[in-house]
Ligand binder design. Structure first.
Ligand SMILES: *Cc1c(COP(=O)(O)O)cnc(C)c1O
Length: 429
């Protein structure tokens, strides 16, 4: 990277493992070293060497309005002036909870936490408390944060760096987790028993790259859970307020028992939430026997950012615009790939997408993992050179935001076309 970024990365590696506070940022999935980001505005991020990129990472999902949205920034400033944290109830928390409950069909009540990881960890505890059962079914390549019991055949960085089953997690914990292939109802039926507390699923998988649910898959999970008495958990940390205002459960019209949220509901500030029917949420302390707490939970500044973000999303045509531009991009990528005879698969749901260097459809972890990493890494670096910042791993989803104008999208298509032309030529030699 640039001179400053390289120098900062050297310093970082002395005091922070791998120089980063979350593994995928280190660029190990694509080689090279990461740019250090100094600031961002709208669809653009700027690095420490003053290079500018069209940002398709969006902080891994939260920045659906783009960076520095004026209304959100004002709300955050105002909240920060009033006080950072009180450890006592505030009206803002209630208002954010009301907005989420109104938007997400399966949520009547919710608890705010500080990250997606905390949300899924608490959701599992709730499912176990409510059913009195211990086992959990998840999907290969599904990522639900770094919760001990969910670091089994996990996606995201865990898959990118070949540690799908993390060291440091006792076998006694992972023995309770069963992982089966995504989009495979038969495998779920086989794994199901009266010991299973919950099935946890990304309703659109985003952490093995973007992999949409097959027709009937989510409905099938609902039926299997109903038959067995297990609870269905939709991990909508990524898809919530992303694929539709009410999340994937609105888009696909399937109601989970428990929903987890994060990312967009904080608009870039640290937050998470888990929600369900009032009768399920009554298990949560101080009403019920399931303990869960947090010193900074419902943080007033994070809540202000979330409320402002959701209110902009609610009163707008953002989802329709995102769909239109993202569809145009998808078409442009397909056309360029065909023109230059580069075999690839682009998966997309709304503004969430992945370009896989795979010749066959990508429908689960095995097919995602068959992608050509070397070609992806080349594509990634050529795109970076063209001023486009993509997720630095084949197994991650990219995003458009409301700040990605029509012009940004057409620029991106031109750049993809140039880069694929080069790749076709290089790989032919
Ligand atoms: C990002 C993500 C998480 C983890 O959220 P953190 O805030 O990083 O802890 C959990 N589940 C899904 C589906 C995610 O995309």
């Amino acid at each position: 990277m640039g001179k400053n970024s390289d120098a900062f990365f050297q310093r970082a590696q002395v005091v922070i493992p791998g120089g980063v506070n979350s593994p995928v940022r280190a660029f190990k999935g694509v080689g090279g070293t990461p740019p250090f980001i100094e600031q961002a505005q709208g669809s653009r991020i700027f690095d420490a060497d003053n290079l500018q990129y069209i940002d398709c990472v969006g902080s891994w999902g939260p920045m659906i309005l783009g960076h520095g949205h004026r209304y959100v920034v004002e709300a955050v400033k105002k909240a920060a002036t009033r006080g950072f944290s009180f450890g006592a109830p505030t009206l803002g928390e209630v208002e954010l909870a009301e907005m989420i409950a109104a938007a997400v069909p399966s949520i009547e009540m919710l608890r705010l936490v500080n990250s997606g990881t905390e949300a899924t960890m608490s959701a599992l505890r709730l499912a176990r408390a409510a059913t009195g059962r211990a086992k959990i079914i998840k999907f290969d390549g599904g990522y639900h944060g770094h919760v001990d019991s969910l670091l089994v055949k996990a996606g995201s960085g865990a898959a990118t760096f070949n540690v799908p089953d993390s060291a440091g997690v006792p076998k006694a914990v992972t023995e309770l987790t069963i992982s089966v292939p995504y989009n495979d109802l038969e495998a779920v039926r086989e794994a199901m028993s009266d010991e299973v507390a919950a099935v946890i699923v990304e309703p659109v998988a985003g952490n093995m790259g973007c992999v949409p649910p097959a027709e009937g898959f989510l409905q099938g999970l609902r039926e299997i859970c109903d038959d067995s008495g297990a609870l269905l958990i939709f991990d909508e940390v990524m898809t919530g307020f992303r694929v539709a205002y009410g999340g994937a459960q609105t888009l696909y019209d399937v109601r989970p028992d428990i929903t987890t949220l994060g990312k967009i509901i904080g608009g870039g500030m640290p937050i998470g939430a888990y929600g369900a029917s009032s009768s399920l949420m009554d298990y949560v302390s101080p009403v019920g026997p399931m303990y869960q707490a947090g010193t900074l939970s419902g943080n007033p500044v994070a809540v202000a950012s979330g409320r402002a973000t959701l209110s902009v999303l609610k009163n707008s045509s953002i989802y329709a615009d995102l769909e239109e531009r993202s569809a145009e991009f998808e078409e442009g990528v397909r056309a360029a790939a065909e023109k230059h005879a580069v075999p690839l698969t682009i998966n997309r749901v709304g503004s969430m997408w992945t370009i896989f260097f795979a010749e066959r459809p990508v429908t689960d972890f095995v097919s995602a993992d068959k992608s050509n990493r070397e070609k992806f890494a080349r594509f990634f670096h050529l795109m970076l050179g063209e001023g486009v910042y993509l997720p630095p791993s084949q197994l991650e989803a990219a995003f458009f935001s409301a700040a990605h104008a029509k012009k940004d999208v057409s620029q991106m298509i031109e750049r993809v076309d140039r880069v694929l032309k080069k790749i076709a030529w290089e790989y032919e030699k």
